[in-house]
Design a protein around this ligand. Structure first.
Ligand code: DGL
Length: 258
Protein backbone atom coordinates (compact mmCIF):
# COMPACT_ATOMS: atom_id res chain seq x y z
CA UNK A 1 0.00 0.00 0.00
CA UNK A 2 1.17 3.53 -0.75
CA UNK A 3 1.96 5.59 2.30
CA UNK A 4 -0.11 8.79 2.22
CA UNK A 5 1.47 12.02 1.07
CA UNK A 6 0.77 14.85 3.50
CA UNK A 7 -0.36 18.05 1.81
CA UNK A 8 -0.66 21.22 3.88
CA UNK A 9 -1.86 24.78 3.53
CA UNK A 10 -3.53 27.46 5.64
CA UNK A 11 -6.88 26.75 3.97
CA UNK A 12 -8.33 25.87 0.57
CA UNK A 13 -5.32 27.14 -1.40
CA UNK A 14 -3.43 23.87 -1.24
CA UNK A 15 -6.27 22.16 -3.09
CA UNK A 16 -4.98 23.87 -6.23
CA UNK A 17 -1.87 21.74 -5.70
CA UNK A 18 -3.71 18.59 -4.64
CA UNK A 19 -5.75 18.74 -7.88
CA UNK A 20 -2.57 18.64 -9.98
CA UNK A 21 -1.06 15.85 -7.89
CA UNK A 22 -4.22 13.78 -8.10
CA UNK A 23 -4.28 14.12 -11.91
CA UNK A 24 -0.73 12.76 -12.19
CA UNK A 25 -0.84 10.32 -9.26
CA UNK A 26 -4.39 8.97 -8.99
CA UNK A 27 -3.41 5.82 -7.10
CA UNK A 28 -1.68 7.69 -4.35
CA UNK A 29 -3.23 8.20 -0.90
CA UNK A 30 -3.24 11.75 0.46
CA UNK A 31 -3.90 13.47 3.78
CA UNK A 32 -4.79 17.11 3.29
CA UNK A 33 -4.58 19.56 6.19
CA UNK A 34 -6.06 23.06 5.87
CA UNK A 35 -5.26 25.19 8.89
CA UNK A 36 -8.45 27.23 8.66
CA UNK A 37 -8.20 28.28 12.29
CA UNK A 38 -5.05 30.25 11.55
CA UNK A 39 -5.65 31.42 7.99
CA UNK A 40 -4.23 33.72 6.65
CA UNK A 41 -0.61 32.79 7.28
CA UNK A 42 0.76 35.52 5.06
CA UNK A 43 0.24 38.38 7.50
CA UNK A 44 1.65 36.47 10.49
CA UNK A 45 5.19 36.54 11.90
CA UNK A 46 7.64 33.82 10.74
CA UNK A 47 7.73 32.26 14.28
CA UNK A 48 3.95 31.87 14.25
CA UNK A 49 3.96 30.34 10.77
CA UNK A 50 6.72 27.96 11.90
CA UNK A 51 4.69 26.88 14.96
CA UNK A 52 1.48 26.27 13.00
CA UNK A 53 3.32 24.24 10.37
CA UNK A 54 5.25 22.23 12.93
CA UNK A 55 1.99 21.16 14.60
CA UNK A 56 0.70 19.92 11.23
CA UNK A 57 3.91 18.00 10.59
CA UNK A 58 3.65 16.33 14.02
CA UNK A 59 0.12 15.27 13.06
CA UNK A 60 1.40 13.86 9.75
CA UNK A 61 4.14 11.87 11.47
CA UNK A 62 1.53 10.31 13.78
CA UNK A 63 -0.49 9.35 10.70
CA UNK A 64 2.21 7.36 8.99
CA UNK A 65 3.17 10.08 6.50
CA UNK A 66 6.70 9.98 5.10
CA UNK A 67 6.47 12.57 2.32
CA UNK A 68 5.01 16.03 2.70
CA UNK A 69 4.19 18.66 0.11
CA UNK A 70 4.13 22.24 1.33
CA UNK A 71 1.22 23.38 -0.83
CA UNK A 72 1.82 26.78 0.70
CA UNK A 73 4.34 29.33 -0.52
CA UNK A 74 4.37 31.24 2.75
CA UNK A 75 5.42 28.21 4.77
CA UNK A 76 7.99 27.28 2.13
CA UNK A 77 9.40 30.82 2.26
CA UNK A 78 9.68 31.38 5.99
CA UNK A 79 9.60 28.03 7.81
CA UNK A 80 10.99 25.32 5.54
CA UNK A 81 14.70 25.55 6.41
CA UNK A 82 14.13 25.05 10.14
CA UNK A 83 11.43 22.40 9.71
CA UNK A 84 13.59 20.42 7.32
CA UNK A 85 16.21 20.19 10.05
CA UNK A 86 13.64 19.41 12.77
CA UNK A 87 12.15 16.49 10.84
CA UNK A 88 15.36 15.15 9.29
CA UNK A 89 15.12 11.37 8.92
CA UNK A 90 11.36 11.39 9.64
CA UNK A 91 9.88 13.33 6.75
CA UNK A 92 10.90 14.24 3.27
CA UNK A 93 9.49 17.67 2.52
CA UNK A 94 8.84 19.20 -0.91
CA UNK A 95 8.73 22.98 -0.40
CA UNK A 96 6.88 24.75 -3.17
CA UNK A 97 9.13 27.66 -4.11
CA UNK A 98 12.45 25.83 -3.90
CA UNK A 99 11.13 22.85 -5.88
CA UNK A 100 9.83 24.88 -8.84
CA UNK A 101 12.27 27.83 -9.03
CA UNK A 102 14.30 26.35 -11.87
CA UNK A 103 11.25 25.96 -14.11
CA UNK A 104 10.01 29.52 -13.53
CA UNK A 105 12.87 31.07 -15.46
CA UNK A 106 12.76 28.71 -18.42
CA UNK A 107 12.36 30.32 -21.89
CA UNK A 108 12.79 33.87 -20.60
CA UNK A 109 15.32 36.40 -21.92
CA UNK A 110 17.63 38.68 -19.99
CA UNK A 111 15.81 41.64 -18.43
CA UNK A 112 12.38 40.11 -18.91
CA UNK A 113 10.07 41.10 -16.11
CA UNK A 114 8.78 38.32 -13.88
CA UNK A 115 6.11 39.43 -11.41
CA UNK A 116 5.56 37.39 -8.28
CA UNK A 117 2.11 37.74 -6.75
CA UNK A 118 2.28 36.49 -3.16
CA UNK A 119 1.50 37.10 0.49
CA UNK A 120 3.25 39.72 2.55
CA UNK A 121 5.40 37.12 4.36
CA UNK A 122 6.49 35.51 1.08
CA UNK A 123 7.34 38.87 -0.50
CA UNK A 124 9.23 40.06 2.58
CA UNK A 125 11.29 36.86 2.64
CA UNK A 126 12.50 37.48 -0.96
CA UNK A 127 12.58 33.70 -1.31
CA UNK A 128 11.36 33.68 -4.91
CA UNK A 129 14.10 36.13 -5.96
CA UNK A 130 16.82 34.18 -4.15
CA UNK A 131 15.76 30.84 -5.59
CA UNK A 132 15.17 32.02 -9.18
CA UNK A 133 18.50 33.87 -9.23
CA UNK A 134 20.30 30.59 -8.57
CA UNK A 135 19.34 29.70 -12.16
CA UNK A 136 19.16 33.09 -13.87
CA UNK A 137 20.60 36.26 -12.45
CA UNK A 138 19.50 38.50 -15.32
CA UNK A 139 15.77 38.62 -14.90
CA UNK A 140 13.93 41.61 -13.60
CA UNK A 141 11.92 40.17 -10.70
CA UNK A 142 9.25 42.23 -8.99
CA UNK A 143 7.44 41.06 -5.89
CA UNK A 144 3.88 42.26 -5.31
CA UNK A 145 2.36 41.94 -1.84
CA UNK A 146 -1.24 40.87 -2.47
CA UNK A 147 -2.51 40.99 1.10
CA UNK A 148 -6.29 40.51 1.05
CA UNK A 149 -6.49 38.05 -1.85
CA UNK A 150 -6.51 35.00 0.46
CA UNK A 151 -9.54 36.35 2.34
CA UNK A 152 -11.34 36.91 -0.97
CA UNK A 153 -10.89 33.21 -1.78
CA UNK A 154 -11.59 31.81 1.70
CA UNK A 155 -14.76 33.92 2.05
CA UNK A 156 -15.86 33.72 -1.60
CA UNK A 157 -15.87 37.48 -2.09
CA UNK A 158 -14.89 37.35 -5.78
CA UNK A 159 -17.84 39.43 -6.94
CA UNK A 160 -17.55 42.26 -4.42
CA UNK A 161 -16.65 45.61 -5.91
CA UNK A 162 -13.97 46.17 -3.27
CA UNK A 163 -12.35 42.81 -4.15
CA UNK A 164 -12.16 43.68 -7.85
CA UNK A 165 -10.73 47.11 -7.03
CA UNK A 166 -8.04 45.56 -4.82
CA UNK A 167 -7.14 42.95 -7.45
CA UNK A 168 -6.97 45.60 -10.19
CA UNK A 169 -4.69 47.83 -8.14
CA UNK A 170 -2.23 44.96 -7.54
CA UNK A 171 -2.32 43.56 -11.08
CA UNK A 172 -1.61 46.99 -12.56
CA UNK A 173 1.86 46.79 -11.01
CA UNK A 174 2.49 43.64 -13.08
CA UNK A 175 1.22 45.06 -16.39
CA UNK A 176 4.60 44.84 -18.16
CA UNK A 177 5.47 41.37 -16.91
CA UNK A 178 6.36 38.67 -19.40
CA UNK A 179 5.35 36.06 -16.85
CA UNK A 180 3.24 36.38 -13.72
CA UNK A 181 3.84 33.78 -11.02
CA UNK A 182 0.87 32.73 -8.91
CA UNK A 183 3.04 32.77 -5.80
CA UNK A 184 0.28 31.81 -3.39
CA UNK A 185 -1.71 28.63 -3.83
CA UNK A 186 -4.98 30.50 -3.26
CA UNK A 187 -4.47 32.59 -6.39
CA UNK A 188 -5.32 29.99 -9.07
CA UNK A 189 -8.90 30.48 -7.80
CA UNK A 190 -8.66 34.09 -9.05
CA UNK A 191 -6.71 33.62 -12.25
CA UNK A 192 -9.62 34.28 -14.60
CA UNK A 193 -10.13 37.67 -12.95
CA UNK A 194 -6.38 38.35 -13.26
CA UNK A 195 -6.41 37.49 -16.97
CA UNK A 196 -9.13 40.04 -17.65
CA UNK A 197 -6.91 42.73 -16.14
CA UNK A 198 -3.46 41.76 -17.44
CA UNK A 199 -3.24 39.53 -20.46
CA UNK A 200 0.12 37.75 -20.20
CA UNK A 201 1.48 34.32 -19.33
CA UNK A 202 0.50 33.02 -15.89
CA UNK A 203 2.70 30.45 -14.19
CA UNK A 204 1.03 28.08 -11.75
CA UNK A 205 3.79 26.40 -9.68
CA UNK A 206 1.47 23.52 -8.73
CA UNK A 207 1.85 21.87 -12.14
CA UNK A 208 5.64 21.65 -12.01
CA UNK A 209 5.58 20.67 -8.33
CA UNK A 210 3.24 17.75 -9.06
CA UNK A 211 5.50 16.55 -11.90
CA UNK A 212 8.59 16.62 -9.69
CA UNK A 213 6.89 14.84 -6.80
CA UNK A 214 5.66 12.18 -9.22
CA UNK A 215 9.15 11.67 -10.62
CA UNK A 216 10.71 11.45 -7.19
CA UNK A 217 8.34 9.26 -5.21
CA UNK A 218 5.36 7.88 -7.12
CA UNK A 219 4.83 4.20 -7.01
CA UNK A 220 1.83 3.47 -9.25
CA UNK A 221 -0.49 0.76 -7.98
CA UNK A 222 -3.79 -0.64 -9.07
CA UNK A 223 -6.03 0.67 -6.31
CA UNK A 224 -7.57 4.07 -6.47
CA UNK A 225 -6.01 6.53 -4.06
CA UNK A 226 -7.84 7.77 -0.97
CA UNK A 227 -7.88 11.39 0.11
CA UNK A 228 -8.68 12.33 3.69
CA UNK A 229 -9.41 15.95 4.53
CA UNK A 230 -8.69 17.69 7.82
CA UNK A 231 -9.24 21.29 8.84
CA UNK A 232 -8.70 23.08 12.15
CA UNK A 233 -11.98 25.07 11.96
CA UNK A 234 -15.32 25.28 10.09
CA UNK A 235 -15.35 22.21 7.80
CA UNK A 236 -18.51 23.38 6.02
CA UNK A 237 -17.07 26.77 5.09
CA UNK A 238 -14.03 24.91 3.76
CA UNK A 239 -16.28 22.67 1.66
CA UNK A 240 -18.10 25.66 0.15
CA UNK A 241 -14.94 27.67 -0.56
CA UNK A 242 -13.21 24.62 -2.04
CA UNK A 243 -16.00 24.08 -4.60
CA UNK A 244 -14.42 26.19 -7.29
CA UNK A 245 -11.54 23.71 -7.37
CA UNK A 246 -12.59 20.52 -5.69
CA UNK A 247 -16.06 19.15 -5.12
CA UNK A 248 -15.51 17.42 -1.79
CA UNK A 249 -18.33 14.92 -1.23
CA UNK A 250 -16.86 13.06 1.68
CA UNK A 251 -16.48 13.92 5.35
CA UNK A 252 -14.11 16.75 6.24
CA UNK A 253 -12.62 16.05 9.66
CA UNK A 254 -12.36 18.78 12.24
CA UNK A 255 -8.89 18.20 13.72
CA UNK A 256 -7.63 20.71 16.23
CA UNK A 257 -3.90 20.75 16.81
CA UNK A 258 -2.07 22.12 19.84
N1 DGL B 1 -1.86 29.56 0.29
C1 DGL B 1 -0.73 29.95 1.05
C2 DGL B 1 0.43 30.38 0.20
O1 DGL B 1 0.64 29.79 -0.83
C3 DGL B 1 -1.00 30.72 2.32
C4 DGL B 1 -1.77 31.97 2.18
C5 DGL B 1 -2.12 32.58 3.52
O2 DGL B 1 -2.67 31.88 4.38
O3 DGL B 1 -1.84 33.78 3.70
O4 DGL B 1 1.18 31.25 0.55
Amino acid sequence: MNKPIGVLDSGVGGLSVLVEMYKLMPNQDYIYFGDTKNVPYGTKRPEEIYNYTKAILDFFVKNNVKNVVFACNTTSAVAYDKLKADFEGKLRIFPLIQTVAKSIQENLKNNDIVAILATKATINSKKYETEIKKYNNNLNIIGIDCTGFVEIVENRLYNEKSSIELIKSKLQIAKDAKRIVLGCTHYPYLVNIFKDIVDTEYYNPAICLAEIVKKEIYNPQKDKGKISFHVSKDPETFRQSAKLFFDIQQEINLTELK
